[in-house]
Design a protein around this ligand. Structure first.
Ligand SMILES: Cc1cc2nc3c(=O)[nH]c(=O)nc-3n(C[C@H](O)[C@H](O)[C@H](O)COP(=O)(O)OP(=O)(O)OC[C@H]3O[C@@H](n4cnc5c(N)ncnc54)[C@H](O)[C@@H]3O)c2cc1C
Length: 228
């Protein structure tokens, strides 16, 4: 359910990365914070948007990074919402209904396996950034699957070089992803927690795959990016 509170953030910039991939940065007021793994609904005041007026987008950054970082794709013809968002002038207001979502790190230092498909990487960047900055000792692995472009690839490569307990693996096909998951499950413990983030279809199929490997559903956390 959406929060009733509203926060006015400030658009900073939209960067076209490649094809239909974009990063957006926003500035938040001092009273605005969130947990790594959360998302919010954004709306764009003062603009006529055709169709749905809000979009859920995940925070890819942590509150103490220099700005709010978002990642998105538009398809060949951007929706009215995304065309407007990407074309905002620096300083334009962007309204959030507050942070939401339970795709959060566990409190215990248990081994973690993250799977991101495509844009599903956005909340996972925040989760992994939080782990790299903490004193937590558990091993964690990211399997990031994409057909073509990998968001935040430099960040993940750098963090994997700096942190012995972080392993970063890129895949392109479902078979490659299954192979990686299977080998991780073979050496995993009953405490290992699995975090899956992508479109609902991909998240469900990876969850089913983990089920065939006898992973307990209680160990699996889902973030389904409805709308993809
Ligand atoms: C919890 C949560 C977190 C999310 N986090 C993010 C995020 O960090 N970044 C992000 O970009 N999105 C995120 N989304 C999805 C986001 O809210 C939009 O639904 C999505 O970005 C598509 O918006 P749109 O304006 O491009 O397309 P819409 O105008 O909303 O979509 C129009 C139609 O096109 C279809 N469609 C949309 N995109 C594609 C595509 N790539 N290929 C094929 N068909 C498509 C939709 O199913 C729909 O039928 C999140 C959603 C949820 C629920």
């Amino acid at each position: 359910m959406a929060n009733e509170k509203q926060y006015t953030l400030e658009f900073q910039a939209a960067q076209h990365l490649t094809q239909d991939y974009y990063e957006i940065t926003l500035k938040a007021p001092a009273n605005f914070t969130w947990e790594p793994g959360q998302y919010t609904h954004f709306s764009l005041p003062d603009h006529e948007i055709e169709g749905k007026k809000q979009r859920a987008l995940s925070f890819a950054s942590l509150p103490d990074e220099k700005h709010i970082l978002l990642g998105t794709r538009t398809r060949q013809t951007p929706s009215s919402f995304k065309a407007t968002f990407l074309g905002l002038a620096p300083g334009a207001p962007v309204v959030s209904d507050g942070p939401q979502g339970e795709f959060l790190l566990p409190e215990a230092d248990v081994p973690l396996v993250f799977f991101a498909g495509g844009v599903g990487i956005t909340p996972i960047r925040a989760l992994i950034r939080a782990l790299t900055l903490s004193n937590r000792q558990q091993p964690y692995t990211l399997i990031y699957s994409s057909d073509d472009f990998y968001f935040f690839d430099d960040d993940f490569s750098t963090w994997a070089q700096q942190q012995a307990q972080f392993t970063y693996v890129k895949t392109q096909t479902v078979d490659q992803t299954h192979e990686q998951l299977q080998s991780l499950v073979q050496t995993a413990s009953a405490q290992t927690q699995y975090y899956l983030s992508s479109s609902p279809k991909i998240v469900q199929s990876m969850k089913e795959f983990l089920g065939t490997l006898a992973v307990d559903p209680e160990q699996i956390h889902l973030d389904q990016l409805y709308g993809y």
